[in-house]
Each structure stands twice: as C-alpha cells, then as structure tokens.
Design a binder for this molecule. Structure first.
Ligand code: ATR
Length: 288
C-alpha cells in the first residue's frame, strides 16, 4: 500500500459487492511506477446510494472513479458529461473530473481496453469481419466498438435469437457503416466460410468453475476463426480458446482487456502515458 499524506490523490471503485477485484493492484502499481502520490480504494456502495456516492466522491475531491457491476448504468444520471462511445453503449466504467471542475465525465474504458488489447495483438478492427457470441450487455458494447471502429460485417450469434436481433437493430441504427447479421447460436453454418473472422466470445460461458464448457463445442465452427478473443479471464486458457487454438487461430483471454481498461482509466485521471514495458509489469503482477 502506498504511503498517504495530505496531498494524496484518491481514486476508487464503486462496486457492490466489492469483494475480489484486481483494480487496486492495477492502479496502485501504476501509481508506484509513475511516481504519483495516489491511492486506489474499492468502495462497496449499495445501489440505492449510488447518486449520493458520486456526489460525495466529488465533494471529497476524489480524482476519478471506476464503476462496476451493478453501477455501470446507474451512475449515468449523476454525470456532468458523457463520452460518445459510453453514451451509445449505455454503460460507464470510468468517471473523470470535467475540465471545468464541476462534476464527472463518464467513459467506457472496458471497450477502449478491448480495442487496445486487440491492437496489442496487431489486430485492427477497421475492415474486419467479426463474429460476436452473445447478446447481453457486454456483447452489445463489443458490437458498438466494432461498428464504431469500422468493422465490415458483424455477425451476432445468441442462444435467444431475438436478443441478437435487438442488438443488431440498436447498434445498426446508432452507428452507420457496418453490415449486421443476427443468428441463433447454432446457425453458424450460415456464416460464409470463404473468409476468416475475428470472434469475440462475450458471454460468461466457460468462466470458472465451468472451465470445461465452451459456448460452441463443434470444432467445425472454429475453422471460421482467425482470432478467438474470450472476454473471460478465469481460467486463463478457456475451453473456447483451446478449441480456437486447435483450429489454428490466434487466441487471447480477457485479462489484457482488464489491464488496458485500467491503464486507459489511469491515463485519463493522471494524464500519464503508460509505456508497453509498464503495462507488461502490471500484467505480470495480475497473473501472479
Ligand atoms: P452481460 O451483461 O454480462 O453480458 P447478460 O445480459 O445476462 O450478461 O447476458 C449474458 C449472455 O450470455 C447472453 O447472451 C446469454 O444468452 P441468452 O440471451 O440466450 O440468455 C448468454 N448465455 C449465458 N449463459 C448461457 C448458456 N449456458 N448458453 C448459451 N448462452 C448463454
């Protein structure tokens, strides 16, 4: 834990419950490495208190906050400003003091973190053919990122096809440019097999303790995939990743996305530029 004094800057996490989280490790390590007198503290905030918590944080001169489940949507009414990507997604995970110092501006670094994690693997989204598995809140956000960054075509597959159709309609209306197709999870044979796809597994299927499950078990599906990105990071090598890798795809879990959502937030709060070497040190600490 960093030493504190009257000049210590505070950042924190709005969570409920605020049990296991890697965010203090990420931010307190970044603070040490960048020589900032800054501490990061998780706060367990009851959903009924979220407005008071945001106002209280501002009054306490808290530099920045993260918001996680169940507060990512609930904080929005208490913000002074909102970044366009976060607005489209309808979820905010990072609060930054506005330039005029009158409140907080909301960002979604979960998705910029995903973007940066992909860039780190040398994967650009622009012009990419994409398959998104799932149609919940995370999948919706992934669809917004992919469309905003100019993916050529986006297939959204979901067990409940109606939810996939809703995502396709909503994202397609708000962000122009990409083509969208909604399918049920077992309709992957309708995806043209003359191309390879970036596939983002955006459900909780395969998360610890269900390590032996993959959202699609058929090895044939994975022949469509050139890169398999799983937003799950526990276990580190998910069944989805194993199946994709077996079919020759490059694979990545969600731990790097978690790292970069933190790095993006830290940079927004402090104005620091975190180097690749510094990111690698934090990532290693997260794996320990
Ligand atoms: P989140 O906001 O974390 O994305 P969510 O809105 O509950 O959570 O969405 C969960 C996603 O995982 C959905 O796409 C869900 O499919 P349905 O819309 O059909 O429910 C998917 N999902 C969860 N468990 C699943 C399972 N066992 N098999 C297939 N899909 C599953």
């Amino acid at each position: 834990m960093n030493e504190t004094d009257g000049k210590t800057l505070t950042c924190g996490l709005l969570a409920h419950p605020a049990g296991h989280t890697l965010s203090p490790l990420i931010h307190n390590t970044l603070a040490s490495m960048t020589g900032k007198n800054l501490v990061y503290v998780p706060f367990d905030v009851d959903p009924s208190d979220i407005g008071d918590a945001v106002k209280g944080a501002f009054s306490l001169n808290i530099l920045g906050m993260n918001a996680t489940v169940p507060h990512k949507e609930a904080v929005i009414p208490y913000l002074k400003e909102i970044d366009p990507l976060a607005k489209n997604i309808g979820a905010v995970n990072t609060l930054v003091r506005t330039e005029d110092g009158t409140g907080y501006k909301g960002y979604n670094t979960d998705m910029t973190g995903l973007k940066r994690s992909l860039a780190n693997q040398n994967i650009t989204i622009k012009g990419q053919k994409v398959i998104i598995l799932g149609a919940g809140g995370v999948a919706r956000a992934v669809a917004f990122l992919m469309a905003s960054e100019g993916a050529e075509i986006i297939y959204v597959l979901n067990r409940t096809v109606e939810r996939a159709q809703e995502v396709v309609k909503e994202v397609g209306e708000k962000v122009q440019g990409s083509r969208f197709v909604a399918l049920s999870m077992d309709e992957y044979d309708k995806i043209p097999s003359d191309s390879k796809y970036l596939c983002v597994q955006s459900t909780s299927v395969g998360m610890h303790p269900n390590n032996d499950k993959a959202i699609i078990e058929d090895p044939k599906f994975y022949e469509l995939v050139h890169t398999g990105f799983d937003i799950v990071y526990r276990p580190m090598n998910t069944k989805f990743m194993q199946l994709a890798e077996r079919a020759g795809a490059k694979v990545c879990n969600g731990l790097e996305m978690l790292l970069y959502q933190g790095v993006d937030a830290y940079e927004l709060w402090t104005g620091c530029s975190i180097t690749k070497e510094q990111c690698d040190i934090v990532y290693k600490a997260m794996c320990d």
